[in-house]
Ligand binder design. Structure first.
Ligand code: GCB
Length: 595
């Protein structure tokens, strides 16, 4: 494998202005000193964005009784961070626009350290100010970003103000239409992170493509002393390497080790310790290989069938965006209960709790950026935005063994400017990560016979693994039509049926041909699974979807009430009949794979 320069050298267009890009490891590893800024933040809902002109970021107070200051954080109610605003106040459920958040904190500066403020995610645009001074801006709702505040943070009292705006935009990623809720707010953790003056910004510790014992990677330092040596240790296998970074602070390495490989049956993680100067970070990393051979996907050199499910980052039992370790535990617990070895995190990068838990539980992961349906393909700013979101997704999770696919897009229309756009993303992804597989969920098929469909989207030329969303029995035809349907694929590549499904209200029963009943959904699953088993090149499936989720496009009263009901589990945790049908199918497959 060609040694990869660290991301900082890639000029991919910035989704963050003023931030350390790509944002990734500064605070998300153990060994760092962090100060949580989670909790109650005062928040001003500002539909006309008056706060820019009025200077809300200065947090002024009237100095005399005649002074006119037409806003007050103190008098404005609070919102919890992390959390979306929509589900914290009824009046904000449908709100789209700016909200200004303020959090006061006291701080003691430590000599010889640098301080960053890190946001796990803010949907969709954010502008941050510390003590009245602008730190920078960020675009894109699902990736972490951080700003260095070493020179702005004060000994004693500080105030951090963030304007978050979830307004959908035609030139955004995603654009103005999508089938999920545009939850706004500081949706993931916010914290201060203290690091030494020269610190380990990022590292790549993974097996080389195709090798089960050779590791090639790099460590990137940031600071004044970037040529200071770096030590890489994996004590369990007696690895201890001393590395010398180049003038840019990048230290490449290549080593061999006798490793137990990570797999769903044996999700072995090793303690990895990196140290340089006074900085030490510890991580837990698994090692595995992932490749394609003809129509097969090989994990650690052996073919694997991916028994998966798609899921949104939607909180179980309560409403809103999921963010916590408990949310992840509940949802991935259900994924395991279904008998899955694979999960598709649709349609955007999910929070790190989910990815890290997948690593520990032994669930393979499909990770995706929100290039969804139609977007402004010909707009260079939209491309730069998507490139930055791809870069930051890879930056955060490139050391997670669980992640095997980077997905570039979902159900995008076939047209030349879209192909140019997605090809660029594929090139970027392969350059940043030559080890994982590139996929996309496609939905363009040709009618090549009365009961024959051919997957012919030209993106198939570009991908390693073809994803197909087909909704036979729901958006077209009847569930029984699956019995005679034949599928063809234009490439000798693995195929994953990345979506099929139908909606059912948990507890609503009726005949198998009655829409919205559990019986309809279950019947659809039975016919689909029988059809899919016979599909050519089939390497896995991720039916739509684990749990019911909020969607503005789903209005039918008494049935949807602004929820997409295609979950095999309701958002209150009720398992529908289709859950058990899928579970039975996966048991059968797992059994046949054991033999
Ligand atoms: C799709 C989309 C997914 C939708 C789903 C549906 O094809 O990829 O985001 O929610 O269909 O329920 O229609």
């Amino acid at each position: 494998m060609r040694m990869k320069a660290c991301w900082s050298w890639l000029m991919l267009g910035a989704a963050a202005v003023g931030a350390v890009t790509p944002s990734n490891l500064i605070g998300n590893v153990s060994g760092r000193t962090t100060v949580s800024l989670n909790g109650a933040w005062h928040a001003i809902v500002d539909p006309f964005e008056n706060g820019i002109g009025a200077g809300f970021f200065r947090d002024e107070k009237p100095r005399s009784k005649s002074d006119r200051v037409e806003y007050s954080f103190e008098l404005s109610p609070t919102l919890n961070v992390p959390g979306d605003w929509n589900t914290q106040r009824e009046a904000l459920m449908f709100y789209e626009g700016p909200v200004w958040y303020r959090r006061e904190f006291s701080y003691r500066k430590k000599p010889g350290t640098r301080t960053f403020v890190q946001f796990g995610a803010a949907n969709y645009r954010a502008a941050a100010y510390l003590n009245g001074e602008k730190l920078g801006e960020h675009v894109g709702g699902f990736n972490p970003f951080e700003f260095e505040v070493t020179s702005q943070v004060r000994d004693g009292g500080n105030f951090l103000i963030v304007e978050v705006n979830n307004t959908r935009r035609a030139d955004g990623v995603p654009a103005a239409r999508f089938d999920w809720w545009s939850y706004g707010g500081l949706t993931r953790d916010v914290e201060l992170v203290e690091v030494p003056e020269t610190f380990i910004q990022d590292y790549w510790v993974q097996l080389s493509k195709g090798s089960q014992s050779e590791m090639s990677g790099w460590v990137q330092l940031n600071g004044a002393q970037v040529r200071q040596q770096v030590t890489l240790e994996i004590p369990e296998v007696h690895v201890r390497e001393v590395l010398k970074p180049d003038f840019g602070g990048l230290a490449n390495f290549r080593l061999t080790a006798k490793l137990e490989l990570w797999s769903p049956e044996h999700p072995k993680l090793y303690d990895v310790i990196l140290s340089s100067g006074s900085d030490t970070v510890r991580d837990q990393i698994g090692f595995r290989t992932i490749e394609v051979q003809g129509t097969k996907i090989l994990l650690n050199g052996k073919p694997i069938f991916l028994r998966g499910i798609s899921m949104h980052e939607e909180a179980p039992f309560r409403d809103g965006r999921a963010f916590s370790a408990e949310d992840a535990q509940t949802q991935l617990g259900w994924v395991k209960e279904l008998g899955c070895n694979f999960v598709r995190f649709a349609h955007y990068p999910h929070n790190e709790n989910e990815v890290r838990l997948a690593d520990r539980m032994g669930l393979l992961v499909w990770s995706e950026i929100p290039v969804y349906w139609d977007i402004d393909w010909a707009n260079p700013a939209t491309l730069a935005n998507a490139q930055a979101q791809l870069r930051d997704m890879i930056a955060r999770d490139h050391d997670r063994a669980a992640v095997i696919f980077w997905s570039l897009s979902n159900e995008t229309p076939v047209k030349p400017e879209r192909l140019t756009f997605l090809k660029q993303l594929a090139r970027d992804a392969r350059e940043m990560d030559p080890t994982r597989l590139i996929t996309s969920a496609l939905n363009h098929v040709d009618d090549t016979g009365p009961s024959e469909r051919t997957i012919s989207d030209p993106m198939g030329d570009v991908l390693d693994v073809v994803g197909l969303n087909e909704y036979l029995g729901w958006y077209w035809g009847r569930p029984e039509d699956a019995d005679k349907m034949q599928w063809k694929l234009n490439w000798n590549k693995p195929l994953i049926v990345s979506e099929f499904g139908g909606s059912a209200v948990a507890g609503r029963h009726g005949e198998a041909d009655e829409r919205w009943t559990e019986e309809y959904q279950d019947n659809l699953f039975q016919h689909q699974l029988a059809m899919i088993e016979k599909m050519p090149n089939l390497a896995g499936i991720t039916p739509w979807v684990l749990m019911d989720f909020r969607s503005p496009a789903r209005m039918l009263p008494g049935v949807q009430d602004y929820h997409n009901r295609k979950g095999v589990i309701s958002n209150r945790g009720q398992r529908k009949m289709a859950f058990y049908t899928l579970q039975k199918f996966y048991r059968k497959i797992a059994e046949s794979q054991r033999q």
